[in-house]
Design a protein around this ligand. Structure first.
Ligand SMILES: [Zn+2]
Length: 327
């Protein structure tokens, strides 16, 4: 199974530079049909065998390098490549999720999936969930924090649940889509607001009033709109932190009174992709909290590979939250 991520839609619509002809799909689980001679165990040390159901990192790296070994940012290794983002001409050709077979390359991190986890719960692990593990870690969410999440798409809903898992006392979600705000309540969102229903100053005031005594401790942006950054900064308390994780396309300019950052001792950080530890954490979190949060409900559309055009349209037009391709 491979779910359609927002970045797949951007590539499909031509908004994201992607080699063509390409093979899309990177949020993926699969069953091992053949194992390389040197592959013995997964990332957690569990023995791997033909027939096992696995997930794997959305990227693979060419080997030892400065970013992996010194900076601990393997996802930024020179020569890094990503599943579902490569030309089909590049060997071994089958490196995307929208197909019957996928070649998992050396330099990928593999995790065996527990039998109890459904495909719907497991497929978003290696992109959406692992990314939100990284974003919530970078935000520094601590016990008792008030957290604001800008955007309640798949990332925002996982982010809300993970924020609660990290001990947040209050999670405020912002999204103009009513169905997403409703779904938010099932994923730990205590207060869901429509940012378009308020003038910016009133929205900031409403959020600050809900986060006593001095505003939000953490803000996470996963809506992909740079216009929300200024209000995101204004809802933070002194010493708060703000993580941008949704602005993945170029030309996301914004304007900000940087004096606020200085005077209020704020931290502004960007997060892109994740470290392999976040993949393990993502699996542990979803497996451990699947009774508390209805993760299975997030993948709400199923399509055969031959129906992929319709699946892309339904996903692009928000008729489904996450469309799954089941070859
Ligand atoms: Zn993705």
């Amino acid at each position: 199974m491979s779910t359609i991520c927002r970045s797949d839609i951007h590539s499909y619509q031509g908004h994201r530079p992607n080699p063509r002809p390409g093979l899309l799909g990177h949020e993926v689980v699969g069953e091992v049909v053949e194992l390389g001679a040197e592959v013995k165990t997964d990332l957690g040390g569990d023995a791997l065998a033909v027939g096992d159901r696995i997930t794997w990192s959305e990227y693979f790296i060419p080997g030892a390098n400065y970013y992996r070994d010194v900076l601990d940012l393997p996802q930024k290794s020179p020569g890094v490549d990503k599943y579902g983002h490569m030309s089909v001409h590049k060997e071994p050709h089958f490196h995307g999720g929208f197909g019957e077979y996928c070649y998992v390359l050396p330099g990928s991190w593999i995790l065996k999936l527990p039998a109890a986890l459904s495909d719907e719960e497991a497929t978003p692990l290696n992109c959406g969930v692992a990314t939100m593990m990284a974003a919530t870690e970078a935000a520094g969410i601590a016990m008792g924090d008030a957290v604001v999440i800008q955007g309640l798409g798949l990332l925002g809903l996982y982010g809300a649940a993970i924020a609660k898992g990290r001990g947040a006392r209050l999670v405020i979600g912002l999204d103009p889509v009513p169905a997403r705000r409703e779904l938010g309540a099932r994923f730990g969102v205590d207060l869901a607001l429509d940012p378009r229903a308020h003038e910016e100053g009133a929205l900031v005031q409403r959020i600050r009033a809900a986060c006593r005594p001095d505003g939000a401790d953490r803000v996470i942006e996963v809506c992909g709109s740079p216009e929300v950054i200024a209000s995101g900064v204004r809802v933070l308390r002194v010493g708060g932190s703000y993580v941008l994780a949704g602005l993945v396309n170029p030309n996301a300019q914004f304007s900000l009174d940087a004096n606020l950052l200085v005077r209020n001792l704020l931290t502004l950080r960007g997060v892109h992709n994740y470290h392999p530890r976040h993949l393990i954490q993502a699996l542990g979190f979803v497996a451990g909290e699947r009774q508390r949060f209805p993760f299975h409900a997030l993948v709400d559309g199923h399509y055969r590979l031959s129906e992929i055009d319709r699946a892309m349209r339904d996903a692009a037009e928000h008729r489904v939250l996450r469309a799954a391709i089941v070859p």
